[in-house]
Design a protein around this ligand. Structure first.
Ligand SMILES: [Zn+2]
Length: 179
């Protein structure tokens, strides 16, 4: 499929039909973007050069594509279903109050807050193999039972058969868990 967008933004074509760039004389400095149906509308100051326009549109397109992907995936219920399945199989059927994708954080795969029982996972993981995502979900679910990284914690996480392999994968990618 030909690239509809002259931009180097992964996944952009999956999320938008086209990009509309609006130049406004009234805008002095601010660049903004909004999603209108399948169209990404980026509004920029009129005085921006073509190079600046390209840079800004790339930045905004990447940000908005990620936001749309996150919303789409969270609404699909797929992650919630996967978490239930993994919890039943490996983590004593524990359940999070809320589990959701969040925009990619540079080098963090996600986090678990045992207090309100919420789990957040970086969208970056959607680019990785399924068994890596599953390991991370099992890891965060296990924190609902054991908040620290004690032997008791690893005894649970190691029930997932690809734990060692997934840990090696994430280390190689420079990914760490959050707080
Ligand atoms: Zn952990």
């Amino acid at each position: 499929m030909p690239n509809r967008f002259p931009l180097d933004v992964p996944g952009l074509e999956d999320e938008f039909e086209r990009i509309e760039i609006r130049r406004s004389a009234r805008r002095k400095k601010t660049v903004s973007a909004e999603i209108v149906g399948d169209v990404l509308v980026v509004s920029i100051p009129e005085r921006l050069s073509r190079a600046e326009e390209h840079e800004w549109v790339t930045t905004m397109a990447a940000r908005m594509a990620q936001r749309k992907k996150k919303d789409r995936l969270n609404a699909s219920g797929e992650l919630q279903g996967k978490a239930r399945e993994l919890a039943d199989r490996y983590v004593d059927g524990v359940s999070a109050a809320d589990i959701a994708w969040v925009p990619t954080q540079k080098s963090r795969w996600g986090s678990c807050s045992p207090d309100d029982r919420t789990i957040r996972l970086s969208l970056e993981l959607t680019m990785y193999p399924m068994w890596v995502r599953e390991y991370v979900i099992v890891h965060e679910l296990a924190h609902l039972l054991v908040p620290d990284h004690s032997d008791a914690f690893w005894a649970i996480v190691n029930r997932y058969p690809l734990t060692e392999r997934a840990r090696g994968f994430l280390i190689a990618k420079g990914m760490e868990e959050g707080d």
